[in-house]
Write a protein that binds this ligand. Structure first.
Ligand code: PRP
Ligand code: URA
Length: 210
C-alpha cells in the first residue's frame, strides 16, 4: 500500500480553518471541495490515459485522454458526498457509484445501508472519497466491496487520518493495489474513536447538524 500525505502550505492552511470549531457549515463545505480538488491532483497521478491524435491550428500532434473503462468515483455517504463535486470538477468524465455507511458510535463498527455500484468493476480504477479515516472500519469495508467486484486498484482520498486507521487498512489490503492520499496524518484516536486533533464529526459539520 502506498500512503501519500500532502505537504503543501495551501492544504495545511485550508485544513486549519476546517478544523476550527467556529467555522460554519457553508465555509466548511466550500473548503472541503477545494481540498479535494487539490488532493485529487495527486490522487490521479496514475490515472490511465490513451494516446489520441488531434489537430491544433498549426499541426497534427499526439496527446492523451483518460482511457476506457472510465474511472469510478465512490463517495462514502454521508460525509463523502461533500467531496464529490470537488473530485468530479477535476475528472468530469468519471462514473460515480455510492456506498452508504454509518459507524456505530459505541462499537465503532460500520454498517452498510446503501450500495449503488456497477456490477462488474473489472479493470476499473476506483477513487473512494471519505473525509475521515479513523479506525479504518468504514474505508476497509468499502475497499473490500470494490475488490470483490473486480476493481483493478483503489485510491482513497481522505482529508484527515489517524495512524491506527492507516495501519488497519494496510493490514487488510495486503497484496492489493491500494493508495491512500491524505490531507493530514493526525496524532491518534481518542477513547471515543475520534481523530485527534481532528475536526469533530465531519458529517455533522458538513450538513449543519451541529
Ligand atoms: C464517519 C466518516 C467515516 C467514518 C470513519 O462517518 O465519514 O465514514 O466515520 O470512521 P472509521 O474509520 O472508524 O470507520 P459516520 O459513520 O459518522 O457517518 P456519516 O458520514 O453519515 O456522518
Ligand atoms: N468520524 C468523524 O466524522 N470524525 C472522527 O474524528 C472520526 C470518525
Amino acid at each position: 500500500m502506498r500512503v501519500h500525505v500532502a505537504d503543501h502550505p495551501l492544504i495545511t492552511h485550508k485544513l486549519t480553518v476546517l478544523r476550527d470549531k467556529r467555522t460554519p457549515s457553508p465555509v466548511f463545505r466550500q473548503l472541503t471541495e477545494e481540498l479535494v480538488t487539490l488532493l485529487a491532483y495527486e490522487a490521479t497521478r496514475e490515472v490511465r490515459v490513451a494516446a489520441v491524435q488531434i489537430e491544433t491550428p498549426v499541426t497534427t500532434t499526439v496527446g492523451v485522454q483518460i482511457d476506457e473503462p472510465r474511472p469510478l468515483v465512490v463517495p462514502i455517504l454521508r460525509a463523502g458526498l461533500g467531496m464529490l463535486e470537488g473530485m468530479t470538477r477535476l475528472v468530469p468524465t468519471a462514473e460515480v457509484g455510492f456506498l452508504g455507511m454509518v459507524r456505530d458510535e459505541e462499537t465503532l463498527k460500520p454498517t452498510t445501508y446503501a450500495e449503488r455500484l456497477p456490477e462488474d468493476l473489472s479493470n476499473r480504477q476506483c477513487f473512494v472519497l471519505d473525509p475521515m479515516l479513523a479506525t479504518g472500519g468504514s474505508l476497509g469495508a468499502a475497499i473490500e466491496y470494490l475488490f470483490k467486484r473486480g476493481a483493478q486498484d483503489v485510491t482513497a482520498i481522505c482529508l484527515l487520518a489517524a495512524p491506527e486507521g492507516v495501519a488497519a487498512i494496510e493490514k487488510q489490503v495486503e497484496g492489493h493495489n491500494v493508495t491512500l492520499v491524505l490531507g493530514s496524518l493526525d496524532e491518534r484516536l481518542n477513547e471515543n474513536g475520534y481523530i485527534v486533533p481532528g475536526l469533530g464529526d465531519a458529517g455533522d459539520r458538513l450538513y449543519g447538524t451541529v
